[in-house]
Write a protein that binds this ligand. Structure first.
Ligand SMILES: [Zn+2]
Length: 694
């Protein structure tokens, strides 16, 4: 299994890794914008400048409280702008975001997004209140330390262990007083809230009970299952949402809204030892009274807020941050439930928010004072409820998924709150997500019900529009008039029809780039700029850096693994095959029937077939070695670690039907440059990678 290869390395080297073998290098430069990282990059047009300048005039810049709150309590800025990974590469690099603070404005960055990115440039150790500290800016998320009776209770240990270690070191230098970690709390299932746990807790100490690890009920199940089945597609889509190819630059990547980036060190997972099971549960953690509020199916499938009554401190996990969050995530994920989310915020407001004096969370910075806290909770509650209600109100009047983003608007009173603006979710893609959640993809126009694939319908459009020359001329004209969305409609048709038409791809790239510059939301910006990048340079190929995350594989149930094999199998290669396997894993007492029939691989847990074609006996702990890619199943059978009875050729035919997913599959036509190598270990849990962050 590989983790998000590209996040790490691409971010760490500012895109250079990919630029090195990019065809862009070989092509002639075409009047680039000065300072642009790409030889074909363009400066913002006068229309884009107008859009940004108009936005500047309507944004609530008179409210500067975020800047005060973000700086409040600074104990020590982090001096090292880079944190190295144990593997030798750069795990975290703040150097590349320093340009953001060097100018008040950039003509290629939306002023609201620039403001958020400047706020996220905070980098160091902060006091929240006496006894609560945060290290911020070491990763996409924040790590929090709370003083317990015997040591420090850690909330949400970031993405990777190296940055967690650096955070702990900084913390110990200034306030930790040499006291140990006494407990770890994972607020939710996303990888930016637990992946660095091994940087701060030893597994033996967790197993012995010395360091309890606390998480919401069903944490393990949802941590590994949320994104596995479509993991390869999600990772590929991250190139768009998170702009993995884009160098940090005023013309490229300027941060991710939630934080500047995702760290690229080693990720791991230690299973929790205590679960919060009840909707509301109160108990002491290292002598500190905590009230846990489970909030399932909100920002994550399993998540919990925590109130510390003796400190009047309210931890809102990732349910309330300094942004509108994603209802729909551009990399792809099941659409979230905004009404449910809003109701849990409302519950926090009435249970804890009436007396809380500080509100803090796993991203961004704290807010102090009860009036401010209530202001935030009320606005955030209304933000998600409004999106749910008004989108459905409009849908009930016939507004479709293809129109809603042009119709739906966040109320003006909420737009005036910086924390309600779209730095992760955007009103546009979220409103479409709400329609998707309730009504699905179809707008109910039969034309769009079983449409031709774009490359099949596009040639007719091109023909009817009079051919590529005419489309290019009209597209250029629309571009010159600043009508970028209209221009993209017709030039995209041409690119779909003629994937090798380089002038068409380059015009579409120029169009995407201007749309990207105009976006307030980093996911939208990155998606357009990444589209432009791939159209100009092609998709960089080659193998992706592989870093095994055995912890996460171990956390996968055998059933999940078998389900995923059913997805990895190319059923076209399994046509005509028919067999039954009994799988027995003696060390954990599990048994499965695995059947291949009708070109479909199924499994059922807890059963054994009376007359299997093959019985495979292997300890789950040994099977994990195969899943991790450390040992092939063949080798385990050869040395007797795995025992088989029956027809061993079955495993061979099944293996032959397994496909390794291409982590760089083509999205924009004509951008694929070469192929990747095939797999050697067909039963490795490769491509079960899931995006680490949310
Ligand atoms: Zn997060």
């Amino acid at each position: 299994m590989r983790t998000l290869p590209a996040v790490g390395t691409a971010f760490a080297v500012g895109g250079q890794l990919f630029l090195d073998d990019s065809p862009a290098r070989a092509q002639g430069a075409a009047a680039p914008a000065a300072g642009h990282f790409h030889p074909k990059g363009k400066a913002p047009s006068k229309y884009t400048l107008d859009v940004l300048s108009q936005a500047r005039g309507t944004l609530p810049f008179s409210d500067a409280r975020d800047f005060e709150e973000q700086q409040k309590g600074l104990i020590a800025p982090m001096q090292d702008l880079r944190i190295m990974a144990d593997a030798g590469h750069v795990a975290w690099d703040m150097e590349r975001f320093q340009f953001l603070d060097k100018q008040d404005e950039f003509d290629s960055i939306h002023p609201s997004l620039l403001r958020q990115s400047k706020l996220n440039n905070n980098y160091g150790l902060y006091e929240v209140i006496a006894g609560i500290y945060q290290v911020r800016g070491f990763d996409l998320s924040d790590i929090t330390f709370i003083r317990g009776k015997t040591g420090w209770i850690v909330f949400d240990p970031l993405v990777s262990k190296e940055v967690v270690r650096a955070a702990w070191k900084t913390f110990q230098q200034h306030v930790g007083a040499g006291l140990p970690v006494s407990a770890v709390i994972f607020s939710h299932t996303h990888g930016d809230h637990w992946g660095g746990v091994r940087g701060i807790a030893d597994e033996a100490d967790v197993r012995s009970g010395k360091i309890p690890v606390i998480a919401p009920i069903d944490f393990m199940q949802f941590t590994v299952s949320e994104n596995v089945y479509a993991g390869n597609a999600m990772n590929r889509r991250l190139f768009f949402q998170y702009g993995l190819l884009l160098p940090a630059s005023p013309y490229g990547y300027v941060g991710q809204g939630l934080g500047q980036a995702v760290s690229a060190g080693a990720t791991g997972l230690i299973a929790p030892t205590r679960y919060v099971e009840q909707p509301i549960e109160e108990f002491e953690v290292d002598g500190v009274r905590m009230i846990f509020q489970n909030t399932p199916n909100t920002e994550a499938p399993r998540e919990m807020n925590t109130y510390i009554p003796d400190m009047k401190a309210l931890w809102m996990a990732e349910n309330v941050i300094a942004s509108l969050h994603n209802i729909y995530t551009l990399r792809g994920a099941p659409v979230r439930d905004p009404l449910n989310w809003s109701k849990y915020i409302n519950e926090s407001l009435y249970r804890f928010g009436q007396e809380a004096e500080v509100l803090f969370a796993s991203h961004h910075w704290p807010r102090w004072g009860n009036a401010r806290i209530q202001e935030i909770l009320r606005a955030q509650r209304d933000l998600y409820a409004h999106m749910n209600n008004q989108v459905l109100h409009l849908a009930n009047q016939g507004v479709t998924i293809n129109e809603i983003h042009n119709v739906y608007q966040v109320p003006k009173s909420l737009q005036a709150h910086w924390h309600c603006r779209g730095y992760h979710g955007s009103p546009q893609h979220n409103s479409r997500g709400v329609v998707q959640r309730y009504l699905g993809f179809w707008d109910c126009n039969p034309t769009t019900l079983i449409p031709l694939s774009p490359h099949d319908s596009a040639p007719l459009y091109v023909e009817m529009m009079g051919g590529s020359e005419k489309i290019l001329a009209r597209g250029q004209q629309l571009y010159d008039e600043g009508k970028y969305l209209l221009a993209s409609e017709i030039v995209n048709k041409l690119v779909q029809a003629e994937p090798q038409n380089q002038p068409a791809k380059e015009l579409l790239a120029d169009i995407f780039e201007q749309i990207g510059y105009q976006q307030e939301n980093p996911g939208l910006r990155n998606s357009f700029l990444a589209g432009a990048y791939e159209l100009r340079s092609g998709i960089p190929q080659g193998t992706t850096a592989s870093s095994s995350s055995p912890d996460v594989i171990r956390a996968m149930s055998t059933e999940l693994f078998l389900n995923f094999l059913g997805i990895r199998m190319d059923s076209r290669k399994a046509d005509g095959l028919k067999f039954t396997i009994n799988l027995i894993t003696p060390d954990n007492g599990e048994r499965f029937i695995i059947e291949l029939e009708n070109a479909t691989l199924t499994n059922i847990k807890g059963f054994l077939a009376a007359k299997p074609d093959l019985t495979l006996k292997i300890n789950r702990s040994d099977l994990e070695l195969t899943m991790i890619g450390a040992r092939t199943l063949e080798a385990q059978i050869a040395d007797g670690t795995a025992k088989i009875e029956g027809d061993p050729s079955i495993l061979k035919s099944l293996a032959a039907a397994m496909v390794e997913f291409d982590p760089r599959f083509e999205i924009m036509p004509g951008t694929k440059t070469s192929r990747v190598a095939a797999t050697e270990n067909p039963y490795e849990a490769t491509d079960m990678r899931q995006p680490v962050a949310e």
